[in-house]
Design a protein around this ligand. Sequence first.
Ligand code: AMP
Ligand code: ZN
Length: 137
Amino acid sequence: MANNCIFCKIITGEIPASKIYEDNDFFVMLDINPVNRGHSLVIPKTHFANIFDAPEEITAKIGPMIKKMAQAIKTGVNADGLNVVINNDQAAGQVVFHAHVHLIPRFEGDGFTHWHGKGGETPADFEETKTRIISEL
Ligand code: AMP
Ligand code: ZN
C-alpha cells in the first residue's frame, strides 16, 4: 500500500469501486470513465508504478488473468473485439501510477481509431534501432 495511491485505497476498500473480480494477486474493476461499456482495469494488488518495476511474480501471472477477464468481458458485453493496453510512464499517457492493464471492449463502428504510423524509417534506421534494443536484452 502506497500513501495517497487511489488504486491502493480501492483495493483495501477505502474507496468504492465497481469490482468484477478479486483474488490474492489481482483486483479487477470497471473503469470509472469507460471508453466503451465494459472497459475494465486489471490491477495487481502489490503497489508498483508500471511495467518497468513489475515484480517477476506478477508478470508471470498477469497473462492468464488478462485472458480470463478479456474473455468474460467480451462475452459479457457482447463486444466484437477488445484492446489490451498498458500505459507506462507519463509520456505514454499514464495518469495513475499504480500499474494496471486496460481491457477495452470494441464494437464494429464504435468510431475509435488507432494511432497511425509515421513511416520514414530507412533500412539503416531499422538496423540501428534493432541493434540498440537487442543490446539491452
Ligand atoms: P492511465 O493511468 O492513463 O492508464 O489510466 C487511468 C485510468 O484509471 C483512467 O482510465 C481512469 O478513468 C481510471 N480511474 C481513475 N480513477 C478511477 C476510479 N476511482 N475508479 C475506476 N477507474 C478509475
Ligand atoms: Zn497503489
